[in-house]
Design a protein around this ligand. Structure first.
Ligand SMILES: Nc1ncnc2c1ncn2[C@@H]1O[C@H](COP(=O)(O)OP(=O)(O)OP(=O)(O)O)[C@@H](O)[C@H]1O
Ligand SMILES: [Mg+2]
Length: 259
């Protein structure tokens, strides 16, 4: 797939106003963060917003793979001083933009010191010229993940109904309450067997938050389990392009509308 130039849809069109940084995190791996972050950026772009997806899953970045892109530049090149972040951003034909995180060398796997600070400064820098910067925050609760979430304007914490996902989402929410007590994260329940089941998952987590942390947990939305999601990923196409009327596409579009 070709890498479009700055005239492509979704490109910044001037104006220094700073957009919103939205971190997508889960603690647990494999619950759909990358797919959701891509689809959210796409839904925001379809709503006319200048949306940028940053693949902040250092070391295991794969948003480019889900999208069938072979980027020439990525975060690794930016950190190595071979490119500016703006130059590494590419425009997807669907209307959103992507800063790929892939580093063939694996050099991003264990970021620390100055490199970590440089990466953490990027979302805010890129928010100038975009309406929304969506971060695909990798699994885990290391310093990089924790700070990406705490420093974002909005944290969307993804969980499924499985107990292991719930405990990991709770751990992320608890750390965020410590790191950034003023923030009000929102929950996204993914892979829900039904909307009602998703609401029950939210109720379970919200009760734990209220009881042990004395905090509310708002629901951003429920995304239903949908066989069209793995099908679109296998085809390396965005769900909203391939199956715009599928249940999961509808659910993410509704979440984007509510942000
Ligand atoms: N709503 C959904 N319905 C059906 N399948 C889904 C849904 N959401 C995600 N999946 C599937 O879950 C799998 C994991 O998705 P994805 O790679 O986006 O997760 P992740 O949280 O980013 O994983 P990792 O922690 O490894 O980065 C994919 O194969 C995808 O097809
Ligand atoms: Mg991922």
């Amino acid at each position: 797939m070709s890498i479009a130039g700055p005239e492509a849809p979704g490109a910044p069109v001037g104006g220094a106003a700073e957009g919103r940084v939205i971190a997508v995190a889960s603690g647990k791996g494999g619950v759909g963060k990358t797919w959701f972050a891509i689809t959210l950026a796409h839904a925001l772009a379809r709503a006319g917003r200048r949306a940028l997806l940053v693949d902040a899953d250092f070391g295991l970045a794969n948003a480019d793979v889900q999208l069938g892109l072979a980027p020439r530049l990525d975060l690794g090149a930016v950190l190595a001083g071979r490119a500016t972040a703006e130059a590494a951003v590419l425009a997807h034909p669907a209307g959103f933009r992507l800063l790929p995180g892939r580093s063939g060398s694996g050099a991003l796997a264990s970021l620390g010191g100055a490199a970590l600070e440089a990466v953490l400064a990027l979302p805010r820098q890129l928010a100038r010229g975009h309406d929304a910067v969506v971060l695909d925050v990798g699994a885990g609760i290391g310093e990089a993940q924790r700070r990406l979430v705490a420093e974002a304007d909005l944290a969307l914490v993804l969980a499924t109904g499985e107990p292991t996902s719930l405990t990991d989402a709770y751990a992320v929410l608890k750390l965020l309450a410590q790191d950034a007590p003023g923030r009000a994260p929102r929950l996204v329940v993914n892979l829900a067997e039904s909307a009602a089941a998703g609401h029950r998952t939210h109720a379970t987590l919200a009760q734990a938050m209220a009881r042990f942390l004395s905090r509310d947990l708002a629901l951003a939305g429920v995304v239903r389990r949908d066989p069209k999601v793995p099908e679109a990923i296998r085809a390396q196409m965005p769900l909203l392009t391939r199956h715009p009327a599928s249940p999961a596409a509808e659910d993410v579009t509704a979440i984007a509308r509510g942000l």
